[in-house]
Ligand binder design. Structure first.
Ligand SMILES: [Zn+2]
Ligand SMILES: [Zn+2]
Length: 339
């Protein structure tokens, strides 16, 4: 049967800095200030300050307020997961993306067609956010951060066990865990707790506010103490969470001879760990790895795949060999920030 529905790209298309829905007159994760933005999650390459109106999950809105201030958008409109709203005849709903707290895929339906803009997502378990929910669609917009066959992430629990055995083997050395301050940091703390670690965990100043927000929003992270004002000797043999940039900088000298660990999907690349002076690489990512990415694309049954930030070319080529129509969107302004 020939479908009379208009192709999705006649009403939803990339505009350089984001994806625009023409009949709804809104942008998804726009890279510049717009009147109406739908935001998938709080990472800074997706959520920017200054939009007139922002539609997002309430958690994402809270995250944006902590990062950019209470007034970082003209109007905030929270949309609960699974609830559908109508914007100029376009049906919009948010479903969990499994990426970080509050992260959502945007499901858009118009004229008999459905598109899913996944933002960033993962399929692996993460006790700090709702799990990814699969929605079949005509067009699936996917990230490609780790879209090369070499990228296979470890189970977070496995890497937490590795960290705890390093603590037992090096009881006099502080373990500094470099982790992105939104999502990865809080997930690592939770997974380390689940692995049985119940001592206080220390926080670099740059990770305090968002970690406190996670707790406020109901994610139990156990006892946390600030590094600031704590005697470095009392942190010896303990765990300190910090942004990756703090590893090996002046701040870290107070710990004497710490074990530098880094929780990131990039730690799969040994040269990268070595280059950064990382003694204990933890291969934990909040993005899909290659097998999860391919599995997800197939499961969505989407005939058309739009690929954004990361290894776009490799994925587009591979999807072509599977008989899927794939195109790189080449949006500007997306980076590796979230890793
Ligand atoms: Zn991203
Ligand atoms: Zn992200």
């Amino acid at each position: 049967m020939i479908s009379l529905a208009p192709p999705v790209d006649s009403w939803l298309y990339p505009v350089g800095s984001g994806i625009y829905c023409e009949p709804g007159d809104f942008y998804i994760d726009p890279g510049r200030v717009v009147d109406r933005a739908v935001i998938t999650h709080g990472h800074s390459d997706h959520a920017r300050a200054g939009h007139r109106a922002v539609l997002a999950t309430s958690e994402t809105i809270e995250i944006m307020k902590v990062r950019y201030g209470e007034d970082c958008a003209g109007v905030f409109q929270p949309l609960a997961i699974g609830e559908t709203i109508d914007i100029n005849g376009v049906r919009v709903r948010l479903v969990p993306a499994g990426h970080i707290l509050g992260s959502a895929q945007v499901v858009i339906e118009w004229a008999g067609r459905r598109a899913v803009i996944s933002g960033d997502y993962k399929r692996a378990s993460d006790p700090t956010c709702a799990p990814f929910e699969l929605v079949t669609c005509d067009v699936f917009v996917t990230e490609a951060t780790f879209a090369l066959p070499v990228f296979r992430h470890e189970k977070a629990r496995h890497e937490a066990d590795k960290l705890l055995s390093s603590l037992r083997a090096e009881p006099d050395r502080t373990h500094l865990i470099g982790a992105y301050n939104l999502g990865k940091c809080q997930r690592m703390i939770r997974v380390v707790r689940d692995a049985g670690y119940d001592k206080p965990i220390y926080l670099h100043g740059a990770v305090v506010a968002l970690t406190e927000l996670y707790q406020k929003l109901g994610v139990d992270l156990g006892e946390l103490l600030p590094v600031a004002g704590t005697d470095p000797k009392s942190m010896r043999g303990g765990i300190v969470m910090c942004p990756p940039s703090a590893l090996g900088d002046r701040w870290s000298r107070r710990f004497g001879d710490p074990v530098n660990a880094f929780a990131s999907g990039w730690m799969r690349v040994r040269g990268r760990a070595r280059q950064l002076g990382v003694e204990l690489p933890l291969v934990v990512s909040d993005h899909v790895d290659w097998p999860e990415l391919i599995q997800t694309v197939i499961e969505t049954e989407a005939q058309e795949i739009w690929v954004t930030h990361g290894r776009e070319d490799a994925l587009v080529h591979y999807l072509g060999t599977l008989g899927r129509k794939a195109r790189a969107l080449a949006l500007v302004g997306y980076g590796e920030e979230a890793e």
